[in-house]
Design a protein around this ligand. Structure first.
Ligand SMILES: Nc1ncnc2c1ncn2[C@@H]1O[C@H](COP(=O)(O)OP(=O)(O)O)[C@@H](O)[C@H]1O
Ligand SMILES: CC(=O)N[C@@H](CCC(=O)OP(=O)(O)O)C(=O)O
Length: 303
């Protein structure tokens, strides 16, 4: 008499796990910098799913580093303080008083919340700002608008990255969570740095494999705002040609992606943070869900 084959109802789960094997092998030990935009922090469920994904990557053998934004949260807090938000060249005009609020919201509110969510899964996340251990050093940034240098207050341009503190945390099995605030070594002031720019600079300095930018759109739209056709893949040179035509929030993101892939990062991706578990979909499946930027020499290669 032959032994009847048992019906293993969990078999599809094993199938899903095994499909992830090539990606697990490929990404094992690699650093991935994940930028979580303020606009993608829509609700509690999404934030909790984000934390699960990051912890999953950690336990899957990757080294995630989180850099968070908080633009809408800063605007709301400034509003409460009676300070009007104004943006020039895509950057927040940051007075000395506004800088206190920016720092309070990013380091004291958004970063604390993400650290708390990650640490529900174990003693993993450690928050820091670019001020800590000289992680991000900046100087006053003066954008050029219509041929003139414009003063937008305490907005920083990154001059140096010291990866020591982040690398020590990664070596200790922790998940660094970084707020995009920097200190100047010249004038001692604290500066507000765009979080996309900070994430890209950190990804390059850390020699990360991937920069992943989570935002509130599906990716880079080809003809925004007229169509919702997403560009799924483009090379650094193609992106460089597109940059002058991009507007608002996409400018620092795509400039950051370009900087990253031109400085050793293998892929930079802009993905939809409103989709639950978008990080896992992007890392562990064939179906990349957003826009992927690759260095020029990889043109035509499979990513
Ligand atoms: N070509 C484009 N494709 C997609 N979004 C674009 C494009 N150009 C401008 N945008 C705008 O950029 C926004 C994302 O940037 P931002 O508001 O700074 O988000 P985050 O808080 O995630 O950094 C989108 O919601 C969209 O309004
Ligand atoms: C100089 C500058 O504009 N800094 C940004 C920093 C936060 C940020 O970049 O947040 P998102 O990623 O959510 O846009 C700001 O003050 O809004």
């Amino acid at each position: 008499m032959s032994t009847p084959t048992r019906k293993h109802t969990a078999l599809p789960k094993a199938q899903i796990l095994i499909e992830a094997l090539p990606w697990l092998v490929r990404h094992n030990g690699k650093t991935v910098v994940i930028k979580f935009g303020g606009n993608a922090m829509i609700d509690e469920d999404l934030k909790a799913a984000f934390a699960q994904d990051v912890v999953f990557l950690h336990h899957a053998g990757l080294k995630p580093v989180v850099v968070h934004g908080g633009g809408p949260q800063i605007s709301a807090a400034l509003d409460q303080h009676g300070i009007v938000s104004e943006f020039k060249a895509g950057l927040r005009v940051t007075t000395e008083d506004a800088m206190d609020v920016v720092r309070m919201v990013l380091a004291g509110q958004v970063q604390r919340e993400l650290v708390g969510l990650l640490n529900q899964h174990g003693p993993l996340a450690v928050g820091l700002t670019g001020e800590d251990a000289h992680t991000i050093t900046a100087t006053k940034h003066q954008p050029e608008i219509d041929g003139e240098l414009v003063d937008i207050g305490r907005v920083g341009e990154i001059t140096a990255i010291d990866t020591g503190a982040i690398e020590a945390l990664l070596a200790d099995g922790r998940i660094p969570v970084v707020s995009s605030i920097a200190r100047s070594q010249d004038d001692g002031h604290v500066y507000n740095v765009n979080a996309d720019t900070a994430a890209a600079a950190l990804a390059a300095a850390l020699d990360a494999e991937t920069l992943m930018v989570l935002t509130d759109v599906e990716g880079l739209y080809e003809d925004w705002p007229h169509s919702d056709e997403v560009i799924s893949r483009l090379t650094a040179a193609e992106l460089e040609r597109l940059l002058p035509d991009l507007s608002s929030g996409m400018v620092p993101k795509m400039e950051g992606c370009l900087h990253a892939v031109r400085n050793g990062v293998t892929t930079a991706r802009v993905i939809d943070g409103r989709v639950q578990h978008s990080i896992l979909l992007e890392i562990f499946t064939d179906e990349g869900i957003g826009t992927m930027v690759v260095p020029d020499e990889q043109e035509g290669d499979a990513a």
